[in-house]
Each structure stands twice: as C-alpha cells, then as structure tokens.
Design a protein around this ligand. Structure first.
Ligand code: G6P
Length: 609
C-alpha cells in the first residue's frame, strides 16, 4: 500500500508530483521519491522519511526543469525503510525507472534469474526486480515490454514506468491494486487515488485489472492483456478538493470527526422515501434480495468489521436473519460455508483492502450474492460485487476511520430495515418509526459532537495511562470494540474491549487502582446488567468513564465521569456512543504527541495480504 503518481504535460512536473504525493501520503509514508525526465536523461531523487524530506532534498538540488515524471510514497513490505529501498527503482543503465504498489510474490525466483544474468541489485525490495525485468523486455515499445513483464510476475501490483527514449510518456498497469488516469487539457496524470489528480483535472478513467496504459500529454491509450485497444468510460469527481484538505483543523482526523453529521446525512437522505421507507432500489437491493436468503455473511477488516458487527445486531434483531460476521483474512481461508442461498456483504472504506477483496471473490465463486458497502468511487470492491452501496462520506484521509465508519453503520441500518420489511418481521409502522429516527440521527450526531471539550479534559486526565478497557453488552459491545481499536491506532495505548458479562471470566484480574475503563450503557434492556458489571470494576479501583443514554441514578459507586448522549433506537446506539470515544482517542493521541493522521506501522488502504 504505497501511493503512485505520475504527470506528463506542459507544466513543471515537480510541484504537481509533490502535491499529488502529499495527498497520497495516507497510503504509506516511510519514504518517498520521484524520477523526472530531464534534458540530461532521467533523474531520480528519493529519501527515507516523509514527503517534506523529499521536498527538502529536491529543493537542495536547485531548479529542475521537467514536464514528465513519476513519484511514489512508500509503506515498507520488502526491505526496511531507507533511501535505497525507496522508489522509483532504475534499470542498471539508468534509462528506465519504475514505481510499484503491491507485492511481487515470485520476486526471489526472478531476482536469482536476473542476478545470474549479471544484474546487480541496489535495494532489498521486491519491486526492483520489475524495473530490471522491464528493461530486459524493452525493445523500444513500452506497452509491449509491460505486456511481457506482466506475464513473468506474480502477485499484486500497480506499476508505472518511464523510459529515457520516450521523454513524455508513462506506461502503467495494474493487477489487484488501484490505479486511475486523470485526463487534463494537454496534460495527463496517473495516480493511486483521486485527490492526487485534482490539481489538474476532475475527469478520470479507472484502469481495469490487467489493462496496460500509455499516457502522453496529448492522449491516453488503453490496451487489454492481448494488446487490443479498450474504450474507457470517463468519470467525473463530484466532490471538491477542499473536502480532501484540512480546512483549518489541526488534523484530518478531527476534521473528519466533525464531518460525521454530513457523512451520515448524505449517505441516508436519498435512501429514505418521503413516506419513511428504506429505499436501496437504485443499488438493486430491494426486498426480493432478502426474501429467499438463508444466512448473511458480513466480511470486512478493522473498523469496517466493527461496523459489520453492529450490522449483525441490527439484522438479527430486526429481520431475524442469522448473520455470520468474519474478519476477511480469516474468512478467505476458512473454507466458508456459503453458497447461492446466502448473501455476503463486504464493507470497506477504500474498496481496495486485499483481504476483503479476496473474501468477496471467494463468496462470489461459491455462488453467494454479494453486496459491497464502499466509500471510494469505482474501487475494486465496488466494481466486482453484484451490488454496490456507496457510503457518501467523502474522501477520508486520516488513517483511522471515523466518518466512513459512521456512514457504514447507517448503511447497515438501511439494509437491516429493508430485510425486516422483506421478511415481514416488522410492520410498516415500526419501519417508519425507525426510518424517522434514522433521519434524525445526523442531528443527534451533531449534538453529541458538542462533547469535544469534555472529552479533551478527560483525555488530559488519562493520557499517561498505558492500559485501558472498553466494556459494553449487545450493541454497546460492538461499539466498545471500535472504540478500543481507535485508542490503539491513534494513541498507541494498549486497550481491550470486553463484553461486560465476560470480564469476570479472566480480564477483571487486570483491573488495578486507576485503570481507565470506558463503559457503555445505551441499551435500556441491559442497563441494569451493565451497571453491575461496571460496579465490579469500580470496586477494584477502576476509573470509570460511563457513556450512557439512560436516566437512571448515577453515583460515585458507578462511575467517575458520565457522558450523556441522546436516546435513539437501541440498534443505532453505536452511531452516538462512538463519538465521545473518537474524541477521547484523538485527544489522548494529541497529548501523547502521536502522529494522529499517520499512525506508526499503519496504512489506510492495506492492499497486501
Ligand atoms: C486498515 C486501516 C483500518 C481500516 C482497515 C480496513 O487496517 O488501518 O483503520 O479499518 O484497513 O480498511 P477498509 O478500507 O477496507 O475499510
């Protein structure tokens, strides 16, 4: 999961490439580099560190005149982050340069073949073999060389190459990794993601799996694997570049937290009819789909998986359909019991997560109907699933998701209500009542977002602690798991989420004087049970932050701090209870001096297994 960008046209390439790389930094940020076509051949500048380090290194070399180049921001897989492992990688004679996103699985085999032929490797990466292989295949035509190269490599990749003897040309391809081509006026770009092309255009095409593209200033040619030309549909970005920028906030994460009312409103508003019924017909997800199915599988990774767990609660309680929720990396190798009588819902912000895509393919291959809940337009999951339901959260840049998770939850509610209608498990009046509540959710989210300062104060109190617990029951347990993940991701605090009733079976032994416990109590049916669980940790010295929508009496035996949130139907409670926790994780991270938008060791879009 690295970021790739390339530019060819009449403008100076350096600022455009740097700008593009900055927007892609969320994809990887341990090193970065560019290769530029110059009067004196191709010139590569690369460095360990952030894009700023690259910018400084380029500036130190004086003005470089170039109107064509490729760039890369890396998230190390093969070979530690270092100058020499940074991309681009050049051929031995320095006439060809390449950037790669993904993993070349047979690189060791190829490396020994090339070494035997006299190639001397400069890096420890899997990617460098492709540069040498391409050079070996190159006889003057980049498209032909790329075709031959693709036949020899195995794995997942998006590749972009420039060759000295075609100074205004880029050759690229992709397999299981994203790549788009931005179409400007007399300039074109390639990139891993849309924000990177928006300095020159809003128009783009999505490169199909296995397609090879020749990009020149005056035009773009796309070829299928067999070399035949391919006509592509041109798409237009319908959001503004500002929505991919910080807009005055210190970090993307806090900006995205604050954008949640809009993300949820945009996601649901056109999908609830005037007479308050869920409507996903445009996505092809009508009541028919839910009438016949036996089971629902929900498959995803990270926060998307936790959104899926909340979805499970909604489906099971509203529509009485059994739901099996799995993390994608487990599902794909579990010989899953799924067939044409099942529905598989995959959830993914990026739509490019390798494990989630593999799970989607596995479910399809076994005959299941597939629905992808995806945020990124035209991403792989969106294209491959039978049905796609977009979350309209807008571009999410911070690695730790907030607004996309909230939008995913709201799609889960719409799906569960559609299923309940299909199965007749709820009458129309109840469905309308829930749809009305769903419509009110964005405003309620807005109200809860007023607790930012309160959570900041709590974060100040607890940011020095190295362990924390999150407890809840039912839907609260699902939100607790997402909350715990946020604290780990952003603030590097060891934290565990436990079902309230399960604490006594082991983890309660870890509760000591002062251990912070974030306790959720938002399901009226379970208040009393959860309060007993809370009392049991309080009695052992825990500092309890209670998040609740209940109006039961609260004293110091129950908690040290209480955060009150509005009431909503129980199955939607995660949409509100997660908000104070997002703030808490954010501010604990800020107080601990963490790199909020780019946490260590993480990447937003994990396109490797
Ligand atoms: C990475 C991110 C997580 C994210 C997960 C799934 O691990 O660090 O924050 O939840 O991928 O990403 P997706 O794009 O599939 O939702």
């Amino acid at each position: 999961m690295c970021g790739i960008v390339g530019y060819t046209g009449s403008r100076q390439a350096v600022p455009i490439l740097l700008q593009g790389l900055t927007t892609l930094e969320y994809r990887g940020y341990d090193s970065a580099g560019v290769t530029l076509q110059t009067e004196n051949g191709i010139r590569t500048i690369k460095t360990k560190g952030r894009i700023q380090a690259l910018r400084d290194k380029i500036e130190a070399q004086g003005e470089i005149h170039s109107t064509c180049g490729i760039g890369h921001t890396r998230w190390a897989t093969h070979g530690a982050p270092s100058d020499r492992n940074s991309h681009p990688h050049e051929s031995m004679d320095g006439t060809i340069a390449l950037v790669h996103n993904g993993i070349i699985e047979n690189y060791l085999e190829l490396r020994s073949m090339l070494t035997a032929e006299g190639v001397v490797f400069k890096s420890d990466t899997d990617s460098e073999v492709v540069a040498h292989l391409f050079a070996r295949n190159y006889k003057g035509d980049g498209v032909a060389a790329m075709m031959d190269t693709c036949r020899q490599i195995r794995g997942s990749y998006a590749l972009a190459v420039i060759c000295r003897d075609h100074p205004d040309e880029m050759i690229c391809t992709r397999h299981d990794n994203p790549l788009i081509v931005g179409l400007g006026e007399g300039s074109n770009m390639i990139a891993s993601d849309i924000p990177a092309i928006m300095s020159i255009t809003r128009r783009f095409i999505v490169v199909g799996d296995g397609e090879i593209v020749r990009v020149r200033p005056q035009g773009v040619e796309v070829f299928a694997k067999d070399g035949s030309p391919v006509e592509k549909e041109v798409q237009t970005v319908n959001w503004d570049i500002e929505s991919a920028q910080k807009g005055g906030y210190d970090h993307f994460m806090i900006k995205e937290i604050m954008e949640q009312p809009k993300a949820v409103r945009d996601t649901i508003s056109s999908r609830i009819t005037d007479d308050l019924m869920p409507d996903l017909l445009e996505e092809g997800v009508g009541t028919e789909l839910f009438r016949q199915i036996r089971n629902i599988h929900i498959v995803a990774c990270g926060s998307a998986y936790y959104a899926g767990l909340a979805g499970k609660v909604a489906f099971e309680r509203l529509a009485r359909i059994p739901v099996l929720a799995s993390v994608a990396s487990e599902f794909r190798y579990s010989d899953p019991i799924i067939d044409s009588s099942d529905l598989c819902i995959v959830i993914s912000q990026s739509g490019e997560t390798a494990d989630t895509l593999a799970a989607l393919r596995e479910a399809k291959a076994r005959g299941a109907t597939t629905v992808a809940v995806v945020n990124v337009l035209a991403s792989s999951a969106a294209r491959e699933a039978d049905h796609v339901i977009y979350t309209w959260a807008g571009p999410e840049i911070a690695v730790a998701t907030t607004k996309a998770y909230s939008a995913q939850l709201s799609v889960m509610y719409l799906l569960a209500l559609t299923a309940a209608r299909a199965r007749g498990t709820l009458d129309d009046a109840s469905i309308r009542e829930y749809c009305r509540a769903l419509r009110e959710l964005p405003d309620q989210i807005g109200q809860v977002l007023a607790c930012g300062d309160e959570m900041k104060a709590l974060a100040q109190l607890y940011h020095g602690r190295n362990d924390a617990f999150f407890i809840g029951r039912g839907i609260d347990y699902m939100a607790a798991q997402e909350g715990s993940l946020k604290l780990k991701e952003i603030a590097y605090v060891h934290s565990e989420a436990y079902a309230g009733g399960e604490l006594k079976h082991g983890p309660i032994s870890l509760i000591e004087e002062g251990t912070p416990v974030v306790a959720l109590a938002c399901d009226a049916q379970l208040y009393e049970k959860q309060i007993s669980n809370i009392q049991s940790v309080k009695a052992r010295g825990a500092q309890v932050i209670l998040i609740t929508n209940g109006d039961f009496p609260i004293d110091e035996k129950i908690c040290d701090h209480v955060v009150r949130i509005p009431r909503c139907p129980y199955f939607m409670a995660a949409s509100l209870s997660i908000l104070p926790i997002q703030f808490f994780a954010y501010y604990v991270g800020v107080f601990r001096g963490c790199d909020i938008d780019k946490p260590r060791n993480l990447a937003k879009s994990v396109t490797v297994e």
